[in-house]
Design a protein around this ligand. Structure first.
Ligand code: DX5
Ligand code: ZN
Length: 208
């Protein structure tokens, strides 16, 4: 599978968001958009009105770290989302929610926090285009990668999941390689890319 890089704009300078995106666009495959509500995770980031202002030709992945995510699907679709990723922990009827996302004409993704096992999502794998494995506790950029998450990636491939597997949190040149070896194909990285002196080099380094 082709390795893709998705810069997470959580670590970008929001005051010049479109310039920040332009600085990585040429070398990246998609843009990762972290939505946080201060309830599902202990931090607040941004919502659909900010996404609407984003100018990019790349697909936009929306990672919803919020309670009651279904209330906001339409807003994000209207704002230009290509994939909507929900947390299994935030959804009582995960199957219905994933079907609803696809019904809106966008791709569906599901994410699990570090303490959630892949058994929580095994029953919905045929309803998702992307599984996002959190490799840190969601909420903040700049945390250390949790190596204990690697078996989840291998486990998903063992189950026969052929869709995209993304990894999110603490991704750098070293940890990307571990994830790729385990079977992941989308590298989501925030601080590693946006804090790098040479962003192009940082992005290329994730495709190892
Ligand atoms: C964390 C977010 C991540 C975050 C990753 O809750 O889901 O996308 O931006 O940041 P880094 O790459 O700095 O760990
Ligand atoms: Zn994310």
């Amino acid at each position: 599978m082709k390795i893709q890089v998705a810069p997470s704009i959580l670590s970008a300078d929001f005051g010049k968001l479109n310039e920040e995106i332009a600085s990585v666009e040429l070398y990246s495959d998609r843009i990762h958009f972290d939505v946080m509500d201060g309830h599902f995770v202990p931090n607040i980031s941004f919502g659909a009105p900010v996404m609407r202002c984003v100018k990019t030709k790349l697909p936009l992945d929306v990672h919803l770290m919020i309670e009651n995510p279904w209330k906001f699907f339409e807003d994000f679709v209207k704002a230009g989302a290509d994939t909507i990723i929900v947390h299994s922990e935030a959804c009582r009827d995960l199957k219905a929610i994933l079907k609803e996302i696809r019904g809106l004409g966008v791709k569906a993704g599901v994410s699990i926090k570090p303490k959630t096992g892949i058994s929580a999502i095994k029953g919905v794998l045929d309803l998702v285009d992307q599984v996002l494995i959190m490799t840190v506790e969601p909420g903040f950029g700049g945390q250390d990668f949790m190596e204990e998450m690697l078996p989840k990636i291998a486990g998903l491939r063992k189950c026969g999941f052929k869709g995209d597997i993304s990894v999110d949190g603490g991704i750098n040149e070293r940890t990307a390689k571990l994830c790729i070896d385990a079977g992941a194909n989308i590298m989501i990285a925030g601080s590693y890319i946006f804090k790098a002196k040479d962003r192009k080099k940082a992005i290329m380094g994730l495709r190892v």
